[in-house]
Design a protein around this ligand. Structure first.
Ligand code: NOJ
Length: 779
């Protein structure tokens, strides 16, 4: 049964609608019953077609209006007709009780209209669940997730996603396909921007904080969270998005799994499966992943949605024989809901049940999970968005202030010699601002935004002008940033995308930039990648600055004017030359709606930067992948000389980030230097702000296991704390190391072990650590 059939009244299998009075007496409609009772009652009433419907999620890209009668659909190429016809087909499916969820709706009036079809016109009135990728904000756009991770502040990140949830919910969204918590160890992979980088502990903290932020207590301002993509998607071969992943068990369970464990423990209501083959089995049909690991080992009790078209793709990937096989194998593996464009594979489930290819009880289990989520969110009592409150929720000044705070906290000062930064606003007669990315509202928002308002976005140039006054700032866009060779599907949807015009004269533009820099006292050059050069389907084979930005950088440097480099990117770029020649480099990420204000505050010293890198910054693409938590292997003293022609040390280490003040670490103490397996020990240290300005510091705790059943990485982050210290202030920071943190999964035993061993311990403001000690675990 295909979607098209549901538009045909002769093919609908549903029974006549019961009169309203009788309906109100049904147990599933009575909020006094428990959720389990309501689900059981409703499930027993569903036809097998309705069950398949509850397990189906459609992309809805229509406007809710019928196709005009005079529209000549025949004039369209056949493959485009479906896009015009689809909305009406989906609407029929909703009325027939054959759709459980829709995604990509952003107008609450339209959501409500479609919801009425489900609630008032379908036989059992089961509300639709509206999903969307609410990744780093809805109307208020916060820094991109990799930047949020760079705050190393779970409080900020939770607060950000609380606001994102509130705004999206006010716009009619119930469920976000976020957080993306895939570990990313290859910056060629575009989706590195959506996660928390390379480290499982930082990744776990950020995963849990985001789940808490989105879901809260699952009330009227919450979104269901949807951590993704289970599992190993970030390990795409060669960093090429969607490519298969080969990950050893040891790396899978020790590195890729922990953020999902944290998200599940934080109560994530849903999880999204991944597209690719993991070790030869498509993740979206892996029973080991979706049932054994996710449900049985992690205790996940929500529902699993496929990535978009991932069930249909099981046949495309030459794993499933046909779409029925795809549906059956995905469902049997533990996948509950199919996200799809059209012709869901799950449409074949009723026939598969009739043919005995799958037991109806497998559908029942999945439907039970989906309905439970709808009841938990209170959708049966409150299916509609409150349209009268949407505008005020979306325009809250407090949300914009949080966007600025989060951006300020995320900015990483990569290099700063001779106290080049902060600039002193009192002694800055002429500032040259160079770069197309400096004068763009769209670019600094980053990818994965859909309801943003560019009018109120503060560009980098505007932020500086507001802070310094127009008269002191000159601007030149300079070098163009070339288009993608393979276009992004997002650019089709996004009417605000900015591009360098085809006839842009790079030579003249660079010349003008150089002239302006020559006549100025300071040059701030903003370099990086456009927002559509990172994200989904935006992998790259180079970390070079696109276009002629590097040549322009060298020319600007040659003017002799003091030069500051600001990087707008979601991945490390090749900054070797800049690091060698330029006195100050600032990583601004895609900082969001208030990004320009935040950057100005950092450059001009209103705030001291304390963002820290959530990944190791390689010198160039040839070093990739490069992680700080590598293993100590043969001839460790030559660790940084593994390439005959050059160094394999990073440009900037994991956890790196400078400050306008200095911190001293002293008096490192381990309360119990000898513990038995299963016991905990407490580590504490004094951190003093020895500079003359208030600032935040990110205190990082690392361990290294000296011997054991397996060998372990040279350094592993175990805990951290972002703290604020006034000038001169000291604070004792304390961490407890638990057996849970000291164990790991070993390929030698095929299970988790905690060794009796000696641990080196390091503590400091980055992964190079300031102080070291050790402790012992006995049998
Ligand atoms: C595909 C992406 O991989 C996934 O992360 C996203 O949630 C869906 N598309 C829906 O936009």
């Amino acid at each position: 049964m295909h979607l098209a059939d549901s538009a045909n009244p002769n093919r609908t299998h549903h029974q006549p609608r019961a009169p309203k009075e009788a309906m109100s007496a049904l147990p599933y409609q009575n909020p006094k019953n428990t959720i389990d009772e309501r689900v059981a009652d409703l499930l027993a009433r569903l036809t097998v077609e309705e069950k398949a419907g509850q397990l189906t999620q459609y992309f809805y890209t229509g406007d809710g209006e019928p196709i005009p009668e005079d529209f000549d659909i025949e004039s369209l190429p056949p493959e485009h007709r479906i896009h015009v016809e689809l909305p009406a087909l989906i609407e029929s499916a909703i009325r027939a009780g054959r759709a459980g969820s829709l995604l990509f709706l952003r107008d609450p009036a339209l959501s409500n209209k479609l919801q009425r079809y489900a609630v008032e016109e379908s036989r059992l009135g089961i509300p639709l669940l509206f999903g969307f990728d609410v990744v780093h904000g809805w109307r208020t756009i916060f820094p991109v997730p990799i930047a949020l991770a760079a705050t190393w502040s779970e409080g900020t990140v939770e607060a950000v996603q609380t606001i994102a949830a509130r705004e999206a919910r006010a716009a009619g969204v119930h469920w976000t396909f976020a957080p993306m918590i895939d570990i990313a160890r290859d910056p060629r992979w575009g989706r590195i921007i959506e996660g928390a980088g390379e480290d499982p502990v930082l990744g776990s903290v950020m995963a849990a904080a985001q789940v808490r932020g989105f879901q809260g207590e699952l009330g009227s301002e919450s979104l269901l969270a949807g951590p993704k993509h289970f599992l190993g998607y970030g390990a795409a071969r060669g960093g090429r998005d969607y490519d298969d992943a080969e990950v050893s068990d040891h790396e899978l369970w020790n590195v890729y799994l922990p953020p999902f464990r944290a998200a599940v423990e934080a109560g994530a209501a849903t999880v999204m499966s991944a597209y690719m083959d993991l070790n030869g089995v498509p993740a979206s049909a892996s029973r080991t992943l979706l049932t054994t690991v996710l449900r049985e080992q992690l205790g996940f009790d929500g529902f699993v949605v496929s990535d978009a078209n991932a069930v249909r793709s099981l046949a495309v990937q030459h794993f499933a024989e046909d779409q029925t096989d795809a549906a059956v194998r995905a469902l049997e593996a533990g996948l509950d809901m199919e996200m799809c464009m059209f012709e869901p594979a799950f449409d074949n489930l009723p026939d598969a049940v009739a043919d005995g290819r799958i037991d109806e009880s497998v559908l029942d289990d999945a439907v039970r999970r989906v309905l439970t989520a709808k009841f938990r969110l209170g959708l049966f009592e409150n299916p509609y968005a409150n349209e009268s409150a949407t505008a005020s929720t979306l325009s809250s000044p407090a949300s914009r202030t949080l966007a600025r705070t989060a951006a300020e906290q995320s900015i990483v000062l990569l290099k700063n010699v001779d106290a080049t930064l902060p600039l002193d606003p009192r002694t800055l007669p002429n500032v040259a601002v160079i770069g197309q990315l400096a004068d763009s509202k769209r670019e600094i928002l980053g990818p994965w935004v859909f309801d943003h308002d560019t009018n109120e976005t503060v560009t980098i140039l505007e932020g500086l002008r507001d802070a310094l006054g127009d008269a002191r700032i000159g601007y030149e866009p300079g070098a163009g940033i070339p288009e993608r060779v393979h276009p992004s599907m997002f650019d089709v949807m996004d009417t605000t995308v900015e591009r360098t015009p085809d006839d842009y004269d790079d030579d003249a533009a660079i010349e003008r930039a150089v002239e302006l820099a020559t006549a100025s006292d300071v040059t701030i050059v903003v370099v990086g990648q456009r927002q559509n050069q990172i994200g989904e389907k935006s992998s790259t084979s180079t970390l070079d600055l696109p276009g002629r930005q590097f040549e322009q950088l060298q020319r600007l440097h040659a003017t002799g004017t003091k030069l500051i480099v600001v990087v707008v990117s979601g991945r490390p770029l090749d900054l070797r030359w800049a690091d060698e020649h330029v006195p100050a480099i600032v990583q601004a990420w895609y900082p969001g709606t208030r990004g320009g204000e935040a950057l100005a505050a950092v450059l001009l010293g209103a705030t001291s930067p304390a963002g820290r890198l959530p990944f190791t910054w390689p010198q160039h693409v040839g070093q990739v992948p490069l992680v700080y938590a590598h293993h100590r292997t043969f001839i460790p003293e030559e660790q940084d000389a593994r390439y005959f022609e050059g160094s394999n040390a990073p440009l900037y280490p994991f956890g790196h980030g400078l400050s306008y003040t200095s911190f001293e670490y002293s008096d490192l103490r381990i309360d119990r230097p000898v513990i038995a397996r299963g016991e905990s020990t407490t580590v504490s240290v004094d951190v003093t702000n020895v500079g003359d300005r208030d600032a935040d510091e990110v205190v990082q705790l690392y361990i290294h296991q000296r011997f054991g059943v397996s060998s372990r990485p040279v350094r592993e982050l175990k805990d951290f704390a972002r703290i604020s210290l006034a000038a001169g202030q000291a604070r004792r920071v304390e961490f407890t190391l638990t057996p849970q943190q000291l164990r790991y999964w070993s390929a030698a035993t095929n299970g988790y072990v905690q060794d009796a061993t000696t641990f080196d311990l390091g503590i400091g403001g980055d992964s190079l650590v300031a102080l070291e000690s050790s402790f012992t675990v006995t049998r």
